[in-house]
Design a protein around this ligand. Structure first.
Ligand code: SF4
Length: 570
């Protein structure tokens, strides 16, 4: 069974921009926040906004206070003015591509042109566009309606941005034949076109198609229509509970796509559920998937990676192998990661719905596991030496206090803040903590050479930074919803990807250079493969979204095990 996720699945630029704008406003402002109409046509996102106390107004009151966000579809100019006149602060999140259609209509309407808009007159984007046509706008959804219109002396023809490209081609053809003086504009959004082209290709190449997204979302419905039109079984679902596995039981490959208003967490959830439920004819594969998910959810995979990295760091410095240090690193990482997941069930609901459910169901056992592994790690460090114990104790206290409100001053609402509220703190602290337990503790116990400790610590921290920042990029939508300020949220995805790659390349060069300065073991340069592999993987993941988030996570965690394996030959 093969499952393919469309590269174009999920939020388009305009929707993402509008969602980011409203979430930023809700996280940073204490004013009441409203959206004018539903922000997007997705029930889960609308529910999430309600939970964040972002409410919706459908009519403009005479007087109002607070911030009103105009959604990506845009509004007629008189509505924007009325909102301002009522006293609201207006945040205009109209998609720049919709604005360019509004500009075309407005420009020609002022010259006296009529406007023919291809789209449903009730669609909010069309309502907004009509507002710019100065009473000379006409909407059509069928060829018959187009033929029934009078012939205008001058007219522009535009399409609502998410219309079917094939239908618009027919319209353009008709106009060229019957009204060649009409000015026709290609206004279907590139993102919509790509999404529709991709689903046609995916439907041909696969046995079934699942389209994920709100039933009210026009562009999602159109994707489902296009997929059905290819003759392949196609289902339009709003969430995973609506998947009909019977319908898919004969499919050997399934393509998943999603409308422009579907968030990543719903697509990821659909992928995981379909993967698990459609493999029933292959028990061995199901078993492997369950093991993979268990290792990731419980953080055993991350802990094992820390153990392997500790081994590699010790080998690089020529420190005699001591299983205790690898165990200390494993236990510390296991304890801290589980605790962090227990504290962040709320945001995990949006990034890893499966993991959030797992932590909710097994909360007690996971608390016990986190506490016991923390104590066991401290005990092992105690028998290693007082300095190791002291360092680990400080790191553990820091890790424990990460989610607690202990910082007395905060700019926001006069409350105490948590370390995690410091922008970018998560990535930096995890990097420092892993660097300490995987490299510093064994070095302290063995009184290693300072230069070699510094180089190996930087190497380990470079890898951990890349891992953590990459996971932060995968979790960016959920983190934004819960108001976390991770590095990718602060710097943007593109910049974060660049920083990760620069750090990994610097890591690789540093290890290669040690060959000439004779500070690490002779074959240390073998480990330069790891940052190289990680750069290639991350570049690949950045470009190809056919791979699910779970696989990406697994592969990156697995690269830490490979680090330990390569270290056996240095
Ligand atoms: S589909 Fe295109 S035009 Fe519509 S909101 Fe998204 S990016 Fe903008």
């Amino acid at each position: 069974m093969r499952i393919v996720v469309a590269k174009t699945a999920g939020f388009c630029m305009g929707v993402r921009r509008a969602v980011d704008m409203v979430l930023d406003a809700s996280n940073l402002s204490s004013d009441p926040i409203f959206t004018y109409g539903p922000l997007i046509h997705n029930p889960q996102v609308l529910k999430m906004l309600e939970e964040k106390k972002v409410f919706r107004i459908d009519d403009i009151p005479e007087k109002g206070t607070g911030i009103v966000l105009i959604r990506a579809h845009g509004v007629p100019p008189e509505d924007e003015k009325a909102l301002k006149d009522a006293g609201f602060t207006v945040m205009n999140a109209t998609c720049p591509r919709v604005i360019s259609v509004q500009v075309i209509i407005h420009k020609y309407a002022k010259k006296g042109y009529s406007t023919i808009i291809i789209g449903d007159e009730k669609h909010p984007e069309v309502v907004g566009l009509l507002g710019y046509a100065e009473e000379k706008g006409h909407t059509i959804t069928t060829m018959e309606q187009l033929c029934a219109l009078p012939e205008f002396e001058t007219a522009v023809v535009v399409a609502q941005t998410t219309q079917d490209t094939a239908f618009y081609d027919e319209i353009k053809q008709w106009c060229k034949m019957n009204a060649p003086h009409y000015r026709i504009f290609d206004t279907i959004c590139g993102s919509t076109e790509k999404r529709q082209t991709e689903i046609r290709e995916l439907a041909k190449a696969n046995d079934a198609v699942i389209v994920v997204g709100g039933k009210q979302s026009g562009n999602t419905r159109r994707l489902a229509q296009i997929a059905s039109g290819t003759g392949k079984p196609a289902a339009h679902i709003e969430d995973v509970s609506q998947i009909d596995y019977g319908q898919l039981s004969k499919a050997r490959s399934v393509a998943i796509t999603a409308g422009a208003s579907t968030p990543n967490w719903i697509i990821n959830d659909a992928y995981v559920q379909i993967e698990r439920n459609l493999q029933h004819q292959h028990p061995a594969r199901i078993f492997l998937l369950l093991i993979r998910d268990f290792l990731l959810k419980t953080n055993i995979m991350a802990a094992a990676g820390a153990g392997f990295l500790t081994y590699a760091c010790s080998k690089l410095q020529g420190i005699a192998q001591d299983l205790n240090h690898a165990l200390i690193a494993m236990l510390y990482v296991l304890s801290m990661q589980i605790l962090n997941n227990l504290f962040t069930i709320k945001s995990d609901k949006y990034n890893h719905p499966g993991r959030a459910l797992f932590y909710k169901k097994n909360r007690t056992y996971l608390w016990i596991l986190a506490v016991l592994s923390g104590i066991a790690g401290l005990y092992l460090s105690f028998i290693t030496g007082p300095l190791s114990f002291f360092i680990l104790l400080v790191m553990s206290l820091l890790g424990l206090s990460y989610n607690l409100k202990i910082i007395p001053l905060t700019a926001k609402k006069g409350q105490a803040a948590r370390i995690k509220d410091i922008p970018g703190s998560k990535t930096i602290l995890i990097t420092l903590a892993w660097g300490t337990v995987t490299c510093l503790l064994p070095a302290v116990a063995n009184q290693s050479n300072l230069l070699s400790v510094a180089i190996v610590c930087l190497f380990a921290m470079g890898l951990v930074f890349a891992r953590t920042a990459f996971f932060d990029i995968l979790a960016i939508q959920g983190d934004r919803i819960t108001g976390k300020e991770t590095l990718p949220i602060l710097l943007g995805e593109k910049t974060s990807f660049k920083i990760i790659q620069y750090i990994l390349i610097a890591d690789m060069c540093m290890i290669l250079l040690t060959f000439f300065i004779d500070v690490l073991v002779k074959k240390a340069f073998f480990l330069a493969f790891i940052p190289l592999i990680m750069v290639l993987l991350i570049r690949f993941f950045e470009r190809d979204s056919h791979i699910s988030g779970v696989y990406r996570e697994f592969v990156i965690e697995f690269s830490f095990l490979v680090t330990g394996l390569i270290a056996t030959v240095v």
